[in-house]
Design a protein around this ligand. Structure first.
Ligand code: CO
Ligand code: CO
Length: 312
């Protein structure tokens, strides 16, 4: 056994899965940590978006979050009420998820950061991984894309927190119901869309599953205005890095610079991307709709060079 490895470690970090999975008796324990610098000015929204994002890695693997620990870095010059609002936002989201905050740690730091380390559980036979997709699988995505672009527009003063209220709600929205639908129907692979955009997370799924993925632009859901902002160069700095990294693996087809910016847009607390067998795709869409979750078919898994993406 390699030092640091364990027979009970079911999933480590080799496939860039959303959480580590450790077998403990009859349970699979899911362990994950995530933190952010503020993406919005409102401290309460910052707290709840960060918590929704951290909890999402447990949901992406089909688990149920149980506990969370706060990680907080704040300048000591910042009024205590601001810090309290951040923590309140996080606590409210964790409570909504049916989990409980059990502790944490705070340090003094010039740039504010907040995050959570979340523990959840799952039936060991029902852990959803970001690998395991099969040729022919239908790819279903919840939540619209473009929040990285819109957060950039917000920072540039092109949008306001009022004009983006519905987008902020989407970032703060738990992937809980989507995860429950995913577990109920049964999928072959699943992950949440975060810093590498749709195309980056699809690439990880394709690579780990040993197949290729086709993304169909006609099905890709996004917020109004996103394609136009992308065409105007309003996008996070990170997008260029994601595109450079993915370039050798993607055939862009009809996707020009505007679409590439959307497909590679880093999402803050994005939705779930699920690979479901074609026979179960309608059942998955129905289970999501029954829970009020927006969902779109964005492509499918196809035979081909593992880890490659073709946009059609
Ligand atoms: Co994730
Ligand atoms: Co994460």
């Amino acid at each position: 056994m390699i030092p640091g490895e364990s027979e009970d470690l079911m999933v480590g970090f080799e496939t860039s899965d959303d959480a580590a999975v450790y077998r403990l008796g009859e349970f699979a324990v899911l362990l994950t940590v995530d933190f952010f610098t503020p993406m919005v000015d409102d401290p309460y929204d910052f707290g709840r978006i960060t918590a929704a994002n951290a909890l999402s890695d447990v949901y992406a693997m089909g688990g149920r979050p149980l506990t969370a620990m706060n990680l907080l870095a704040m300048p000591c010059s910042l009024p205590a009420e601001i810090t309290a609002r951040v923590l309140q936002g996080g606590a409210d989201k964790v409570r909504e998820a049916g989990a409980v905050i059990v502790g944490g740690h705070t340090i003094d730091d010039k740039e504010p950061k907040y995050g959570l380390s979340v523990m959840g559980i799952c039936d060991p036979d029902k852990v959803v991984r970001n690998v395991g997709a099969r040729v022919g699988d239908v790819l279903v995505l919840t939540k619209r894309l473009g929040v990285g672009i819109l957060n950039t527009a917000l920072k540039k003063g092109l949008e306001t927190e009022e004009s983006l209220a519905v987008v902020i709600e989407s970032m703060a929205h738990l992937n809980r119901a989507a995860s429950e639908a995913m577990v109920e129907v049964g999928v072959n692979a699943g992950t949440d869309i975060t810093g590498f955009g749709l195309i980056g997370h699809a690439r990880e799924m394709a690579l780990g599953s040993g197949l290729a993925i086709e993304i169909d632009l006609a099905g890709v859901p996004m917020w109004p205005g996103v394609l136009e902002y992308s065409a105007d160069g309003v996008k996070p700095g990170r997008t260029a890095d994601v595109l450079a990294f993915l370039e050798p693996h993607v055939t862009w087809g009809p996707a020009g610079d505007d679409w590439r910016g959307v497909l590679a847009d880093p999402q803050t607390s994005g939705g779930l991307l699920m690979a479901v067998s074609p026979e179960r795709a309608d059942a998955l869409l129905a289970a999501l709709a029954a829970r009020g979750e927006e969902a779109s078919v964005v492509g499918r898994a196809v035979a081909g060079e593992p880890g490659t993406i073709t946009v059609i």
